[in-house]
Design a protein around this ligand. Structure first.
Ligand code: HSE
Length: 316
């Protein structure tokens, strides 16, 4: 490739952890996501470089070294091994800090777009590895793929292992709907990870892996009730729920409104609930909104189908 090429891509939002799957599971949302234009020129004599322009409404770091796109693309370009100049224009951005994989969608869209431009030199798994470099930047050094995996591949993504990376894509029963509430509280991923214990009691581990197994079995068999009762987290949630005012009361109200389960979305402070139809999902959104409003906290509500589609090229 010597002439400049360009492509517009979309990478969807995602919900990491899905309750019990801390750092190993995530699911893809429909419609909400990042839109990026990726332009590249590669070949002998081209000077290596990455430029990022923000045309979205989101407030992104001016310094490219603090933008997740940079380490993700750098990892891609290092392995590709041909000098390359890349420009990324962020056209639309999920609100940063909204707890639905905003940073992951940017890294996923950038590496996906560049891979498409270059004729797909890298596998899906390799793209997940590159995009994880962006997550490393914001999480305090621990790379995880439970947002970038779904954002790239769609559906529910299970990270069976990290060393070596083993990515398993699971089907999503068509009728799953997700409600996410993003309260106006700031909790960084770094802070939410810092409160976690380094060791957990065996009893908690037994409970957690029982739930992970139940969640996978429920997804594979389309048993929504089993999925709902498996989405319980005894590892991260007990330490993180203090960041979310009235978390236990909110969950009781959401379950009473008909949701199958409610948990923290990723590192929080957003929460998400899974329902088996859109009407329930919308009702749950109202319950969440009024819960936070009653505590003087504004919130943004997203109601979306869970999607089997990941990053994709946009045709103008
Ligand atoms: N699995 C991650 C966490 C998701 O819970 O910290 C947030 O990036």
């Amino acid at each position: 490739m010597n002439a400049m090429k360009e492509i517009r891509v979309f990478a969807p939002a995602s919900v990491a952890n899905m309750g019990c799957g801390f750092d190993i599971m995530g699911m893809t949302l429909d419609a909400v996501g990042d839109v990026l234009k990726v332009e590249a020129v590669a070949g002998d004599g081209v000077e290596d470089g990455i430029r990022i322009e923000n045309r979205s409404a989101a407030d992104l770091p001016e310094d490219p070294e603090r933008n997740v796109i940079t380490p993700a693309l750098r990892a891609f370009m290092a392995l590709y091994g041909v000098p390359m100049s890349v420009k990324v224009t962020v056209e639309h951005k999920i609100t940063p800090g909204s707890g639905i994989g905003s940073s992951a969608a940017s890294s996923a869209a950038a590496v996906y777009g560049l891979n498409e431009l270059l004729g797909r030199p890298f596998s899906d798994e390799q793209l997940v590895k590159f995009a994880m470099e962006g997550e490393k930047l914001i999480s305090g050094g621990t790379p995880h793929a439970d947002n970038v995996g779904p954002s790239l591949l769609g559906g529910v993504v299970l990270l069976r292992g990290y060393e070596p990376l083993d990515v398993v894509r699971l089907p999503v029963p068509e009728r799953f709907c997700c409600t996410v509430a993003h309260p106006g509280i700031v909790v960084s991923t770094r802070e939410a990870r810092a409160v976690l214990p380094h060791e957990i009691p065996l009893r908690s581990a037994v409970s957690q892996w029982g739930n992970v197994g139940g969640l996978v079995a429920g997804l594979m068999s389309g048993d929504v009730e089993l999925v709902g009762r498996s989405m319980r987290d005894v590892v991260a949630e007990p330490h993180r729920k203090r960041f979310i005012p009235g978390f236990d009361e909110l969950r009781d109200a959401v379950i009473a409104a008909g949701a199958l389960a409610m948990n923290i979305s990723g590192a929080g402070p957003s929460v998400f609930a899974l329902s088996s139809d859109m009407e329930t999902a919308a009702r749950v959104g109202e319950v969440m909104k009024s819960h936070f409003a009653g505590r003087g906290i504004s919130s943004d509500i997203y109601v979306s189908k869970v999607s089997n589609r990941g990053a994709r090229v946009l045709n103008d």
